[in-house]
Write a protein that binds this ligand. Structure first.
Ligand code: ZN
Length: 302
């Protein structure tokens, strides 16, 4: 099957920077993902680059004091440990730019039906603290911005990263026009979960068929019930059986089927869908980039 060379993609070269290659968080994955989709012939005149972000941009959903402390490296040691990444200027530049990328991706999806961000899905970031490699929450920021600007009426955040989307859930708990759904491995980080509108905690070692059944039933039900103007899809690939931090037993083909299914259901329902890459952990950095490219390749088949 030929891939659509015009699929809207969003990327910024500051997403990856020189970083400890032995760190659990693979900072090179964004640049490697970009190179990989370029090799697939998917980068043409269809690439959008967001502008550089700043604390002002994120104040819609984050506490101003937290953003200022994060920006100026004034967070306490304990708060930085919870984030799990060493503070640096390039880290902060990428952190504040990526949410604008997810917003851009959502706007492209509203225009074209489907669009992919080669980053995003920092769902463990809360209003006034960061956690689990996440400092600011692109999903909450994007949904809230679009609603505030009346670009959409309602949004479904469909989070299939293996870890529960606690930050997104907590930040949007009083926002009635964003529905948060997280399907994750129950006995995995975060161990104290903030309730989403719908949480489905899966058993360890769940395999493809059962997993795909849960995903399909849930998405079909939500599309019908909510009729959202937009789906923000967190296509985390840490569900993979060999992922460094996942505890499910999903095959590579299972990820391909999942992403195909999610996109197909949204298209069938005429609901625009914007994808973010979410989590993925692997000592083999090129294999990780290929895994994150699955959702882009599947999107390019429609
Ligand atoms: Zn994850």
């Amino acid at each position: 099957m030929t891939l659509n060379p015009h699929l809207p993609l969003v990327y910024h070269p500051n997403y990856s920077f020189n970083f400890d290659p032995k760190h659990r968080f693979v900072m090179s994955k964004f640049a490697n993902l970009y190179q990989h989709v370029k090799q697939l012939g998917l980068v043409n005149n269809n690439l959008t680059q967001p502008r550089l972000g700043s604390p002002d941009d994120l104040e819609l959903v984050h506490c101003a004091n937290y953003l200022a402390d994060l920006w100026h490296n004034n967070l306490e040691e304990k708060a930085l440990r919870r984030i799990g990444l060493p503070w640096s200027e390039p880290l902060i530049a990428r952190t504040f730019t990526a949410p604008l990328g997810t917003l851009e991706t959502a706007r492209l999806a509203l225009k074209s039906g489907i669009a992919c961000h080669l980053a995003g899905g920092t769902h463990h970031a809360h209003t006034d603290f960061g956690s689990g490699f996440c400092m600011v929450n692109d999903l909450a920021f994007t949904a809230q911005t679009l609603i505030q600007n009346r670009e959409v009426t309602n949004v479904l955040i469909f989070d299939l990263d293996v870890h529960q989307g606690d930050g997104t859930a907590a930040m949007l708990t009083h926002q009635p026009y964003v529905y948060t759904c997280s399907i994750h491995c129950e006995k995995n980080f975060p161990f104290r979960k903030s309730p989403s509108d719908l949480d489905i905690g899966l058993a360890n070692n769940m395999q493809d068929d059962e997993y795909l059944g849960v995903v399909d039933d849930t998405l079909q039900f939500l599309l019908k019930q909510l009729n959202p103007d937009l789906v923000l899809y967190d296509a985390g690939v840490d569900i993979w059986q060999e992922d460094g931090l996942g505890k499910l037993d999903i095959t590579w083909q299972g990820i391909e089927k999942r992403d195909n299914l999610v996109l197909k259901r949204c298209i069938e329902h005429n609901t625009p869908v914007a994808t973010v890459i979410g989590g993925g952990y692997d000592r083999d950095h090129l294999r990780l980039a290929q895994r994150h490219a699955i959702v882009v390749e599947q999107a390019a088949r429609f």
